[in-house]
Design a protein around this ligand. Sequence first.
Ligand code: ATP
Length: 245
Amino acid sequence: MLEIRDLCYEVDEADRTLGILQGISLTIPEHKFVVVTGPNGGGKTTLAKAIMGIVEPTGGQILWNGQDVTHMSITDRARLGISYGFQQPPRFKGLRVRDLLSMAAGNDNMTRDEACQYLTRVGLCAKDYIDREVDTSLSGGEVKRIEIATILARKSGLMIFDEPEAGIDLWSFARLTETFRDIHDRRDATLIVISHQERIIDLADEIIMISGGKIAKQGPKDQIFPEILANTISGCSYLTEGAKA
Ligand SMILES: Nc1ncnc2c1ncn2[C@@H]1O[C@H](COP(=O)(O)OP(=O)(O)OP(=O)(O)O)[C@@H](O)[C@H]1O
């Protein structure tokens, strides 16, 4: 279970303090599928990075399975089973896709078949990629899918994906949503997916909407999603005027 208590992240700018996360509290039980959504700049990525330890909160607490991880290193959190897929994943010149998958799985003897299975789950044709270097020769969507495959290989208890849909074509996206559904159905992990995509939101048990560094809405998908859709359209004068015309 993930528990976040009154989490704050403040940044000092020249003449002011920015409250990027302003007292976020939430509880995500084991094996839930939670989608975090909300307007650009609301604080979603910062929250995810705070859970992974990439950003150090200035206040509050993060507990994973009862253990306080608030100030723990990224490596220690990874050992506890927390993993995070970046919105824009890094590249690793000199490392092949199969090396990355082996490292993620902690298995030096990963077979070609096993590596291929992870790549297939993110819509990549394994034979074309397994020996490629994870460098700038790969497209943004390819690197993104390879990174997601490494998270699957890691078999973490808490998987956080930051806009996994970004830059991914329709066919691979369909494969990816099936993979998320599969992880959830098999109760393999707790999933937190930051997304604006209706098809991903539709898979969620619960939706958390973050805006202005705070939780603006939270609840079961069937309750929250219609509210978000209604607010999104009514909050935009162009769309509402268009609807009246
Ligand atoms: N270190 C920092 N210094 C100054 N501002 C920051 C810092 N980190 C984040 N921000 C600002 O905090 C806000 C929240 O950023 P964050 O990336 O968490 O938003 P987001 O909800 O993930 O947005 P998006 O949907 O566009 O990815 C943004 O306005 C961002 O510019």
